[in-house]
Design a binder for this molecule. Sequence first.
Ligand SMILES: [Zn+2]
Length: 319
Amino acid sequence: MPRRALTLLAVVLAVLSAAVPASGLERLKRVTDRFYFFQGDFGNPNSGVIVTPDGLVLIDAQWSTAAAADFLLEIREVSDRPIRFLVYTHAHADHISGAHVLARGATVVASASTAREMEERGRETIETLKERIRNQADDLPLVLPALTFTERAVIQVGGVEVILIDAGRGHSWGDTAVHLPAEGILYAADLVATNRFPWIRDSSTREWLAALSRLSAGAGGSIERVFPGHGEPGGAASIEKTKRLLKALRREAGAAIEAGLSSVEAQRRVRLAEFSSLDNYEFRLPPAVGRVYDEMESEKEGIAPGLPAPAPPAERPAP
Ligand SMILES: [Zn+2]
């Protein structure tokens, strides 16, 4: 066979044998030998993969059947080991809806408060997500955790210690971070903002600040890299940056209340100069101000903004 034909045949075979995700993108990036980070495109949710000789631990389940299938294809490029555990960082639909693709044969783990939020409104938030992704609106079954924990749990797989820190209520009804102490890695999910303005619709910013302190304390200083639930990875400083953002929001919303502004006026006027370069700043700041305004009004009246969240999010759930 002429050489050119052989080369062509080799190329065709290579293309046929390569598992190319439907998106055509390769988003699963090696961070260390043990940890891979899957960054969603266009701010879609991220996920993590912990690789051990005895199997895999996945963090978060993506937001649709197709997104989870793409994630799984990329996982299989890296390891053919079984998926032992799937950890949910929180109950928002965009982090759990692909679990039926990923969790076959795996144990799904979440904090007790995440499990409770899923039981109480998981179905409802998935239905709202389905409206948002009409072109992929297949059946998205709610996969509840089989194993729940409070405060702290340790998963030992293949000699790797994976620590789950239940940071408590904050961004959602209950947020979990995944800590790999030996790698200096903290997967903090939606508790931490790096390059994107956070989603603050059903959050309690007062408790979120406490949750971030619990995260730092729980990880005991062993944090070099922080992985958010959306957007780019960051360093340990992204925890402090998120605290500054939440404090600035509370300061400005509190000042608006003191000045007698209505929530709508506050949403129109409040600006946070330090954070104006974050993705989605213009679009997410006003509803965040509205949420914090309501939260601080309740605090003033002595209504604890704890569980359950005051009302289901008025807007579409997710990121
Ligand atoms: Zn979220």
